[in-house]
Design a protein around this ligand. Structure first.
Ligand SMILES: [Cu+2]
Length: 138
């Protein structure tokens, strides 16, 4: 009759039930923990895909450009400007109160609370060199 190795506990039925219940509770905890991990992993992925953290590089490779040059955000989202070049740049949406200067090697953040639409943006210092892009607010 002995399936388990701890025969001592198996003699009394009540003790056996207690042991079984606690081991199934432990099993459920494991299952819940695994589901929680999967859920966190999925939500992180979804966030990155649709308008989570948006980072725009300024001057990658010391080129006078933004990367990406078309930036799509949902209203209320924050954009991080990451100046990876060795000169200052701005992220300027003319007439919309957005004008951020970022020093070399630094980052700046701006929350986009513009009505949905398409807005041109630029670097005030280097717009003549073609340093501009398009902001799409959804
Ligand atoms: Cu610039």
């Amino acid at each position: 009759m002995s399936e388990g190795s701890d025969g001592g506990l198996d003699i009394e039925g009540t003790k056996d039930m207690t042991r079984n219940r606690s081991s199934s509770v432990r099993w459920m905890v494991v299952v819940v923990a695994v589901f929680a991990l999967v859920a966190v992993a999925c939500s992180k992925q979804a966030g990155a895909k649709e308008g989570g953290a948006v980072t725009v590089q300024e001057g990658p490779g010391n080129a006078f450009s933004f990367s990406p040059s078309t930036v799509t955000v949902t209203k209320g989202r924050t954009i991080t400007l990451d100046n990876v070049s060795n000169v200052p740049h701005t992220f300027t949406v003319t007439g919309q109160g957005i004008d951020l200067e970022t020093q070399p090697g630094k980052t700046s953040t701006v929350t986009i609370n513009l009505p949905p639409g398409t807005y041109p943006f630029m670097c005030r210092f280097h717009v003549s060199l073609g340093m501009k892009g398009t902001l799409v607010v959804r």
